[in-house]
Ligand binder design. Structure first.
Ligand code: COA
Length: 336
């Protein structure tokens, strides 16, 4: 296998803030309940004319500026999203043109909900490790606000919009990707969904609002029960121990989910990175946003081992353990 590593990262969130105080004006809720049950204080919401492709382009521009990178020679574009501008064409195709990436590069979207970024990262690693690709652009981006029912108080308090991009490049000397874990349990597909052409799954009639619908309690229980087991399996395959993991980045769904997950794993909360306090659940973007916040704050450093673990609709899970080895930064990050 050819060595591969993440060489650069960039992120973007829309300017408009939706605070808990704003939500108090929209539904029967209050700041204490939201902070107490989720840890979230505010989220960013895309403009009416701002779509997932726009967020992706802005995240990649941040990456290029910070690391002095060009993307013209990228040979594969992967966008993980559940909220593409269109069912087709893909967001990846739209941004290929806007970023002047060569027409001979592959471009496709990947659907694995909140586990999407880590699925895409694993896919990029596989492409590069096989020797068939050299430079893959991986983006996790969502505009869940566009499919959020702002009359459903148990859902609208959770979600926000954002994007995170990384470059995965071949490097013979590098062993940046240390282990992975991918799972999917379609028997729970009806617990979180948005209807499309079909309105029934697992013999269950779905609520057809074209909005995100969830059974929050079921998703909560499933994640707390299964994520620690997935992490354990990943580490066993990688022949590494949890004590060797410098930072754990679970999907930022809800702080009250992350805490029992870490408790069951016996992992210290001080070594957890998340992006939910100011951005909420940004679906495929939570993990790159959390990683980037850690980098921007100077906590995360090259040489450290980082365990990213996404979970969400599907029900999907994806974990990736990496040793970080970013290129040297040459420019300031765009303000978030
Ligand atoms: N403000 C005030 N009260 C609220 C509320 C809100 N925003 N949302 C729900 N409630 C009420 C409920 O109506 C219920 O009232 P009742 O007891 O009178 O019926 C009570 O709070 C408890 O509801 P419950 O659903 O048990 O709350 P919870 O502690 O499970 O929290 C979620 C709800 C949605 C925040 C939580 O289940 C969750 O985060 N689940 C995971 C969802 C998720 O991650 N989805 C994305 C997939 S990655």
């Amino acid at each position: 296998m050819t060595g591969a590593k993440i060489t650069a990262i960039g992120t973007y969130v829309p300017a408009k803030r939706l605070t808990n105080a704003d939500l108090e004006q929209m539904v029967d809720t209050n700041n204490e309940w939201i902070v107490g049950r989720t840890g979230i204080r505010e989220r960013r919401i895309s403009r009416q004319d701002e779509y997932t492709s726009d967020l992706c382009v802005a995240a990649v521009q941040d990456l290029m500026k910070r690391y002095g990178k060009s993307v013209e020679d990228v040979d594969m574009v992967l966008v993980a999203t559940s909220t593409p501008d269109f069912s087709f064409p893909s967001v990846a195709s739209l941004i290929q043109d806007r970023l002047n990436i060569q027409q001979t590069a592959g471009a496709m979207d990947l659907s694995a909900a909140c586990a999407g970024f880590v699925y895409a990262l694993h896919t990029a690693h596989s492409y590069v490790a096989s020797g068939m690709h050299r430079k893959v652009l991986v983006i996790g981006a969502d505009t869940i606000s566009k499919i959020t029912d702002y009359t459903d108080r148990s859902t609208c308090i959770l979600f926000g919009d954002g994007a995170g991009a990384v470059l995965v490049e071949s490097d013979k000397q590098s062993t940046g990707f240390l282990g992975y874990q991918l799972t999917s349990d379609g028997s729970g597909a009806h617990h979180v969904y948005r209807t499309g052409l079909a309105h029934k799954v697992n013999n269950i009639e779905l609520i057809d609002t074209q909005m995100l619908v969830q059974n929050g309690r079921e998703v909560f229980r499933w994640a707390v029960r299964t994520v620690p087991l997935g992490v354990q399996q990943l580490l066993e395959k990688a022949e590494l121990g949890l004590e060797q993991v410098d930072w754990f980045i679970p999907h930022s769904a809800n702080m009250r989910m992350i805490e029992p997950i870490c408790e069951r794993m016996n992992y210290p909360m001080e070594q957890v990175l998340h992006s939910l306090v100011n951005f909420g659940n940004t679906s495929a973007a939570t993990i790159p946003l959390a990683l980037d916040l850690g980098i921007r704050e100077g906590k995360v450093k090259n040489g450290q081992k980082i365990l990213m673990y996404g979970f969400g609709a599907g029900l999907t899970q994806a974990g990736q353990l990496v040793e970080l080895n970013l290129d040297e930064r040459v420019g300031e990050p765009t303000l978030l």
